[in-house]
Design a protein around this ligand. Structure first.
Ligand SMILES: NC(=O)c1ccc[n+]([C@@H]2O[C@H](COP(=O)([O-])OP(=O)(O)OC[C@H]3O[C@@H](n4cnc5c(N)ncnc54)[C@H](OP(=O)(O)O)[C@@H]3O)[C@@H](O)[C@H]2O)c1
Length: 222
């Protein structure tokens, strides 16, 4: 697929590079076209660079790695109409936490900003270093990629892209759940800073199977 990135920073390079290796036509978008072309040349695998607006027009799937709504960095947002827009952003970290902001996800703000786009929250819970490993290594390790969005077809597209770079997609439901994934990133980053471990992912790893030692589950809560 033609996958375009808004921004040419850490995540754009890491995820864009992984998608380019997987055979996708990757476009890097930047405020500075020369910078975008330089990043594309660095990544190789046929990647190309241009301004953010031409990339929005040219690509079928867009990935926002800019911590703002599209109208803040695009001259015109109509190029996103009907297209999948992956939002992988998290709020600044560390930061002060305010309970009332938890429910206001960056992904929902993006969706309100570009109602014609199909926003999917994904890829915000893997540090860029996770993609140092290739797709086969990530697949073997069972690394999961959680996604939330309102359009089933858009989520299928994103799930396929995640599989291509070695992640096992897990459907976290509607876009209104995106705040859960953004809070999950706060938990993950708190852990990263506490331990220095950049490779931790929030994969839901099963405990070993065993017979009940203290009786079966009875009616109750989860
Ligand atoms: N780094 C990680 O490991 C990681 C993991 C998961 C999620 N995230 C999230 O991903 C997002 C990007 O993180 P990152 O580490 O890739 O950041 P980054 O390296 O700073 O890249 C962000 C890019 O956005 C563009 N940009 C910045 N300010 C802009 C503005 N005012 N207007 C237009 N474009 C602007 C810049 O590209 P140009 O200069 O080319 O325009 C910049 O390179 C953040 O929301 C972060 O929380 C990061």
């Amino acid at each position: 697929m033609k996958v375009g990135f808004f921004g040419t920073g850490n995540m754009a390079r890491a995820v864009g590079g992984a998608l380019a290796v997987a055979g996708h036509e990757v476009w890097f978008g930047s405020r500075d076209e020369g910078k975008a072309r330089g990043v594309a040349a660095e990544i190789g695998h046929g990647a190309q660079g241009d301004g953010n607006d031409p990339v929005a027009q040219a690509c079928e799937v867009l990935v926002s790695s800019i911590r703002d709504v599209p109208s803040a960095y695009l001259r015109a947002t109509d190029g996103l109409d009907g297209k999948v827009l992956i939002d992988l952003n998290n709020r600044d970290f560390p930061r002060e936490y305010h309970g009332d902001e938890f429910l206001q996800s960056l992904a929902s703000a993006a969706q309100r900003d570009v109602p014609g786009a199909k926003v999917v929250k994904a890829l915000n819970n893997q540090a860029m270093e996770v993609f140092n490993a290739d797709a086969e290594a990530l697949r073997s390790a069972g690394i999961q990629g959680f996604i939330a969005g309102d359009d089933a077809d858009a989520k299928d597209v994103v799930a396929a892209l995640l599989r291509d770079i070695g992640l096992t997609p897990v459907d976290f439901g509607a876009l209104s759940n995106a705040w859960l994934l953004e809070v999950q990133a706060d938990i993950l980053r708190t852990y990263l800073f506490a331990t220095g471990n950049l490779l931790a992912t929030p994969a839901l790893i099963d405990a070993p199977q065993a017979a009940p030692r203290f009786g079966e589950r009875r009616k109750g809560t989860y």
